[in-house]
Design a protein. Structure first.
Length: 379
């Protein structure tokens, strides 16, 4: 079945056609400004109030809202406008092409489909008077440091709850992992490679560190969390050496450490530091150090037991036959929202996020609008 709302399909296509690659991930990325300009025009045409919050370097959060019956109550809906870069696409990554019941293009699934359906739901509310004021934020920078969501949290505006738009196949995510990411450096002593015994090979030292971190990840895998699974550690990037005939004086890695709800970033860092201490003080005397500060996205508390989870579960069950509480191994803007009860719901599959030839299924769009509408009206 296809969406019965051609205007909604067009909205997803229009947003997908706007290149909004995060400039922190690719130097050629245009950022989110053109999406904000499009949303401003959309809201003017529908007489919706709006505001623009400049977060950094001309990269704005876009905010629109519908007042509720109780002006002291607010619920936040948030979906990000930045995308990851494109690579190895078979066709135009910004075509917004409709084919086989799908809309194709970078960001169609992650998360312009969520944004379009949230916006469509919001635009229908004015005559129906929601109980709480409904605020929709189209946020920047979710794919890197989540500074858009951080700006929302720091704005001084209080929210009772939040709905985060991400591709969940309309399933109800009540908990997800966070992350802490940082660089580690091993220092060596450079000499000519014809006499390596006179120097210290930083790559060889880092190899021992990497193997130790792999063993640590095996230990982490035994710490099961019912909703999101165990924490995890990945060495995701490595660089070292200066040229072919010199013993390398330095080697660096990036660590991506996934956190479970309630697990502090500092605890994860300290566990790794304890491993490093063993190598600093051991027979190899490896000069290893963490390069801090780390990039921290704490895992938000589970929304189990919250009113927003209950209202969302009822809406999901009624509209899509979903609504069971589930967890997810990835992260969202919820990590920056400082303890506000958050649920994550959206059209599309996370299996499509960041992929070549990304798409979103059209038949989920109308259901997403209805789910969001019911949450907006019943919370």
């Amino acid at each position: 079945m296809s969406s019965a709302n051609p205007e909604l399909v067009t909205l997803v296509q229009d947003l997908t056609r706007i290149e909004s690659i995060n400039p922190s991930l690719a130097a050629t990325g245009s950022g989110e400004i053109e999406v904000a300009r499009y949303l401003e025009k959309y809201c003017r045409q529908r007489d919706l109030p709006f505001d623009v919050q400049d977060v950094k370097d001309g990269r704005p959060n876009f905010i629109t809202w519908v007042p509720g019956q109780d002006p002291n109550r607010r619920i936040l809906f948030i979906a990000h406008t930045d995308t990851v870069p494109v690579d190895k696409w078979e066709s135009d990554p910004f075509s917004g092409e409709v084919r086989d019941g799908r809309i194709y293009g970078r960001g169609s699934c992650d998360t312009k489909g969520s944004l379009a359906t949230m916006l469509t739901a919001l635009s229908t509310l004015r005559e129906r008077k929601p109980k709480a004021t409904i605020v929709l934020v189209a946020s920047i920078d979710e794919e890197f440091r989540k500074i858009g969501a951080r700006a929302v949290a720091d704005s001084g505006v209080a929210y009772e709850a939040a709905v985060v738009g991400e591709p969940t196949n309309l399933e109800l995510v009540v908990a997800h992992k966070g992350s802490v990411r940082w660089q580690v450096e091993v220092e060596g002593i450079p000499v000519h490679s014809s006499r390596p015994h006179l120097g210290v090979n930083a790559i060889t030292g880092m190899a021992k560190i990497v193997l130790a971190l792999d063993e640590h990840n095996k230990v982490l895998s035994e710490r099961q969390n019912v909703l999101v699974g165990p924490p995890a550690l990945t060495v995701s990037l490595i660089e070292g050496g200066i040229e072919l005939t010199t013993v390398p004086p330095a080697c660096r890695i990036w660590i991506d450490r996934r956190l479970t709800p309630g697990e502090p970033p500092q605890q994860a860092l300290q566990e790794v530091e304890n491993i490093f201490d063993g190598y600093r003080n051991g027979p190899d005397k490896i000069k290893v150090r963490s390069i801090l500060p780390a990039l921290e996205d704490p895992a938000p508390p589970s929304a189990e037991g919250s009113r927003i989870a209950m209202v969302a579960a009822e809406a999901c069950a009624r509209v899509a036959g979903t609504g069971s509480y589930i967890g997810a191994p990835w992260g969202t803007d919820a990590s920056q929202l400082d303890g506000i009860p958050c649920v994550v719901i959206g059209p599309g599959s996370m299996a499509q996020a960041h992929t070549s030839n990304e798409f979103i299924e059209i038949n989920q769009l109308d259901m997403a609008v209805e789910i969001y509408q019911q949450i907006m009206l019943n919370f």
